[in-house]
Design a binder for this molecule. Structure first.
Ligand code: PEP
Ligand code: MG
Length: 544
């Protein structure tokens, strides 16, 4: 029995035989090409074939993992047509008189090196994509298939890394788990695995692949990231038992899909999901969330190397709204600063960044950035049911400034004959003690509140949420926090606003009953926790 440790990226347990994923890699050699136009011709034909294959993979992904996740294959098709990439290959073939395979392989390495050396982790992940499309083109020139799974039984796929196209191409019914020696948790492969509900472990190290053999029994524990090869009988039966328990839990939760979030005595509550990217919509739908209670829009800024344009933002918001319609989507405006930094904002170093120029303070200090986001949000609003939420509010004057800006944006759009919805809800986060304490004054100005318990806890208890040394002083159930939430709920309702909770505490099922008693209208939690919270709500009796 040998144990390996990596990072579990989808919590579930798989037990079965190992299948080492082999690619039919073509050995690419440099060959002198006398007829370069014939090579260019081969390149064009291979690109056409690769695009046809990608179109099929895109369609399969669309069915299995949804539009947002399938989009990577559209990007691959675009990458095949990228001018810089094609120019580099063509110049190499004609300038150096080499075969097309060699030109594609060298160009892929150069582009991948360029992406890998970038600071931005999103761009670094593109290195795998450029290799993926290039290998496909080379395979097409040689009539080879890319990686295939021929085994008849369900197996645990072990690989160095899996390209997104390989992940989707695999027959889902034959895969028990993905286990890879490298890979990053933000890679598309991991996102796809999560959305396909397949246990996955990444980062087991290079050695592991050389030490395993096809057909050996193994256990993949996606909760802890432990991979056990050739387990002894005791370990095997322990894991079989745990697997059965997990399966039963999951089955019970699955039965809750389509059910109402209603207590035994008939009180209903909305359970929504939190997302950081349009790519998470698949998980939101699979877990049957009633809407999106928090879309942290700043991740879109963090993934970019420059300010996302109005058009780029519009497209993303439109996609999220369309995918979720007619369910509600609450998009939070930029909450950058403090722990979330992007170089291109050129934010000054601050002694106390959590108390610094973050979130709404930054947006109000740089209205030109804020206005772009507001315009994109208003324009996208016609594609679904939008709520716009403003973070880090501490005063009514900030809110007046924000509402005036929204008004200006609406007038601009009206003058330009650009449509926007007349039923957008505007709300604020209650995540500072100040906001909770003046919630009676804030509530009449908005449609809703959403309590950000992560920051509300940090600011109420004076405990830096980034500092592990103060964790033991940071009692998330502290009476002060619960009183502030209760006070905000009362003030919201007395002034015709609704109130939700979108911080981590929303998923703390030991507090669900208290939240219901306070009259909280909505809880927004990670997609994977929606059914667990629904389960808790359905067992509560407020008259009991
Ligand atoms: C919060 O503060 O509770 C919250 C939801 O916002 P974030 O965690 O993104 O700061
Ligand atoms: Mg917050």
């Amino acid at each position: 029995m040998v144990k390996y440790h990596g990072k579990g990226v989808y919590g579930a347990i798989a037990i079965g035989s190992i299948s080492v994923f082999l690619r039919q890699d073509v050995q690419v050699r440099r060959i002198k090409a006398d007829d370069t136009s014939a090579e260019l011709n081969r390149l064009e034909k291979a690109k056409e074939k690769a695009t046809e294959q990608l179109q099929k993979i895109y369609e399969k992904a669309l069915k299995e993992v949804g539009e947002a996740n399938a989009q990577i294959f559209e990007i691959h098709m675009m990458m095949i047509e990228d001018d810089d990439y094609n120019e580099a290959i063509t110049e190499m073939i004609t300038g150096q008189n080499v075969n097309a395979e060699y030109a594609v392989a060298v160009t892929a390495d150069n582009f991948a090196d360029m992406f890998s050396s970038m600071d931005d982790s999103y761009m670094q992940a593109r290195a795998a994509d450029v290799h993926d499309i290039s290998n496909r083109i080379i395979a097409c020139m040689n009539d080879c298939e890319t990686g295939d799974l021929s085994s008849a039984e369900k197996v645990i796929i072990c690989a160095d890394d899996l390209a997104p196209s390989e992940t989707v191409s695999l027959d889902k019914d034959k895969v028990l788990a993905f286990v890879t020696s490298c890979g990053s948790s933000s890679s598309h492969t991991v996102i796809l695995a999560r959305n396909m509900n397949i246990p996955a472990i990444i980062g087991l190290g290079e050695e592991f692949l050389t030490q395993i053999k096809d057909g050996t029994t193994a256990i993949a524990d996606g909760f802890t990231g432990t991979f056990i090869v050739d387990p002894d009988d005791v370990t095997l039966s322990e894991y079989k038992q745990r697997q059965q328990e997990e399966e039963e839990k999951k089955k019970l939760l699955q039965e809750l899909k389509g059910r109402e979030n209603i207590t035994l005595d008939g009180k209903k509550i909305d359970i929504f999901a939190n997302i950081g990217s349009a790519n998470n919509i698949g998980a939101v739908l699979v877990n049957d969330a009633g809407g999106i209670g928090l879309f942290r829009s700043e991740f879109m800024y963090l993934e970019n190397t420059d300010y996302p344009t109005e058009e780029e933002q519009f497209r993303i918001y439109k996609r999220v709204l369309e995918s979720m319609a007619p369910k509600k989507v609450i998009i939070r405006t930029l909450d950058i600063g403090a722990d979330k930094q992007a170089d291109y904002f050129h934010l000054e170093h601050e002694e106390n960044p959590a108390l610094g120029l973050r979130a709404i303070r930054l947006c109000l200090s740089r209205p030109e950035i804020f206005r772009v986001q507001l315009r994109a949000l208003y324009r996208a609003s016609v594609y679904g049911r939008l709520g716009i939420m403003f973070p880090m509010i501490t005063s009514t004057s900030e809110l007046e400034e924000i509402l005036a800006l929204c008004n200006e944006v609406r007038n601009e759009l009206k003058e330009a004959n650009i449509e926007y919805s007349s039923s957008i809800e505007l709300g604020i986060m209650i995540e500072t003690p100040a906001a909770a304490l003046i919630s009676d004054r804030l509530a009449p100005m908005v449609d809703f509140f959403s309590v950000g318990t992560n920051d509300l806890t940090q600011y109420t208890l004076a405990c830096d949420r980034q500092n592990p040394h103060v964790e033991r002083f940071c009692d998330t159930h502290h009476e002060a926090i619960l009183r502030l939430i209760e006070m905000s709920a009362r003030n919201a309702h007395e002034n015709g606003a609704w109130i939700g909770i979108c911080g981590e505490l929303a998923a703390d099922t030991s507090l669900t009953e208290s939240f219901l008693r306070m009259g909280i209208d909505e809880l927004s939690v990670s997609p994977s926790l929606v059914l667990k919270v629904r389960d808790t709500v359905r067992k509560i009796n407020l008259n009991g």
